[in-house]
Write a protein that binds this ligand. Sequence first.
Ligand SMILES: [Zn+2]
Ligand SMILES: [Zn+2]
Length: 309
Amino acid sequence: MMRMTVLASGSKGNSTVVATSRTRILVDAGLSCREILKRMHIAGEDPRSLDAILITHEHQDHVQGVALLARKLGIPVYFTEMTHRAWLRWMRPRKRMTYADWLRRRQQGAVEGKPNLPLADRAAESDAGLCEDPTDEERDPAELPSVAYFEAGKRFAVGDIDVEPFTIPHDAADPVGFVFEGDGVRIGFATDLGYMPANARQALRRCDVLLLESNHDTEMLRDGPYPWSVKQRVMSRVGHLSNEAAGEFLERNYDGQATYVILAHLSESNNLPALARVAAERALCDRMSLLANKILLAEQGQPLETIAL
Ligand SMILES: [Zn+2]
Ligand SMILES: [Zn+2]
């Protein structure tokens, strides 16, 4: 059986737990460390049982809490190499250390940062306490317990979960979607993409759960509050998938095999949950039933109900 809980979805932060009975993965960590732990607690997931964090791309709404969370839990973070580099550039903006600084840090023994707490000590910390970072300001904000690289198009495994990353068209260094497979269940992730390319359509076949971006209503975006340059970016081929584009994919390309279709990354300024739902329902109309194509809407403000298949 696989379990999946969308902790948050939208331009203010994205994070989802995907798990089998043996392995637990966090996909993106786009909320603060504290908020991720709080939401995991609400969803009945134990943060200390997480095995790894996987990152789709380096935009802040996907990485905000990753460094602190990974350090506190002592778990590896999986990126593509280009995404990791882009994230490092974002975390260390134009920071140059002078020789005097380096010498001072060396004398203070702060260069390597503080060691992680042993497991038993970590377990004794409260969930809230986990996110306090009492360390000095000298600590490298991009320090991680360990980094693992993957490549789009090459399968890899985390515990007993198979991961298939695929390239998506988005204005980031090397953005990916994922398909997870464990215990015979297949879960597809596709958010933050300007359109649905052939490789993504191919990867998303035979999914039991499909998490699909339904970012904006094109008319609301056009008439909405964003500056024209931002509107253009969102609508571009490397922006975000509209309700209409998600609907078109569901109608024309999607094989209809999922039990759940989760609409995700809804814009709070340029979309309404009802509009996203109607577009998907229209596309799926004759394929929806109690057993197939149940539509759920992922939210920004609170975790979605846990799905178990
Ligand atoms: Zn995003
Ligand atoms: Zn993005």
